[in-house]
Design a protein around this ligand. Sequence first.
Ligand SMILES: [Cu+2]
Length: 563
Amino acid sequence: MTTITRRRFVQYGIGAGAALALPWSVRPALASAGHKLMPYLEPLPLPGAGIVVATPTGPNQYSFSETQIERQLHPQLPSTPVWAYDDGSGLTGQAGSFGMAVVAQSGTPLTVSFTHNLPSTYPDWLPVDTRETPLGNQVRLMTHLHGGFVAGDSDGNPALTPNGFGPGETQTVYYTNQQPQMPASLLWFHDHGLGATRLNVVAGLAAAYIVRDEFDTGAEPNPTGIPGGPYEIPLVIQDRQFHRDGTFLYPVSDIPGAVWIGEYFGDVMLVNGKVWPFLEVEPRMYRLRVLNGCNARILNLDIPGTRTWQIGAEGGMWDKPVPVTRLVLAPAERADVLVDFSRVSGAILPMKNLKPLKPVSSPAPSLTQVMEIRVGTRITQPGPSTIPTSLPGRAANIAGPVATTRYITLNEIGAETVDWFLNLNGMDFERAPTETPSVGTVEDWVYINLTGDTHPMHTHLVTFQVVGRTPFDVDAYQSTYGGPNGAPGGIDPTPFATGPMLPPEPTERGFKDTVKANPGYFTTVRAKYELPKGVTTPQTYVYHCHILEHEDNDMMRPFMVTA
Ligand SMILES: [Cu+2]
């Protein structure tokens, strides 16, 4: 608490007038252009038809450059500057603001490079808060493979490389795709620049990373008996606002002296990088692979159709399908679902986003429309007509013993003031790691939420089992242990429990890399802290809230896998 941190140093020093230097202070708040846009005018971009499937530059090797392109994201909008990952193709195949997918094979490692070809300083449509960034308004990039089981220096890791990569510089990483830690699954890679992740991702720096194996081949038919080929549809959902000139609108704080805002919520929904698209399907079974790519919005998706089953989540496929009616996905959570349109031939079905039910809590304003599904009447290829009774994946059931249980507090400090920030364990990001699991051991991490909202907690390196959520007396815990920087970590909240631990949701059956830590509960997850083959201790990673505004300020901590 007495350390002079990045934030406080600049707050009391050179950064004090930063907000005044931005053109935003003289630009009147523009009404977002979103409410005037007519939905469902353009088709959903698909792999090979609006989403580029990356071309390797050598055997098991990809070379991307981060570059600015312009795309029209809706027919009633001017074109939008978008930051994109270019595989060398020039991105003529990218239709919208999301448009790149790597297809990897479980067990086959990849070498990937990312070269910064973007502007050296932030444009005025991306309002950087220079109190949070290591190098002011310089654009510093770092790509993280979300869900990757990799060495620390291939992680895109703001603890190891806080300054990221500047213009002309190249980040080179080695993605192990090692089994069983990286089974067939939908991962994604996105920018993780320190203090600017929220802006770099809004600008477009996010892409899909699809891992295949001998069962989940992506073809139809396949050994799993699920839809494939054109009947497997990725859905990357992101909410955005727009200026009338087509640029993304990212609001600046209305608190004098602050630029950072607590959470970014859009007033239009983009799916695969297009505003409110439509999707034409045949009256048969489909596989939808849904990723919540929003900065802060928790989705509660009503999947239209007659019957829906979830078959997997972040950590890959499960052992059996689970019937679902709604998909409640916090930022970075994924759902792999089978949807049967066979009984709704000819129907026009809206996919809607509803307010998430308690105990999930979010201040997001309503945004109901997502996309429209148009069911045709003809079937080109029948595909599977039944749901498999078993799947070639796994339920999460980590055998003990649990070597260590760690108690991690989630704190919000100075809300609605110029000094507003969030933290973990009452500590700033820059402090040395306090979570130091021994390699190969199993640990329980208990997220003690002392704030009013749900935080999607994401751990790099590992996937985990959700053990459960326990209601507790937040006020009593807070008044006993809280301080000016929040409550410290390391204190067991069990004496404050007000009821028994609730089991995981049916949709938390498998391994996950992001868990909803709801207010009023402490949430326990269990992971085995292994390292990739040939990688030796110590290795440093980070864990953080995946609400990108929170991650940037300052709800993120390093952790170290030790001997
Ligand atoms: Cu958060």
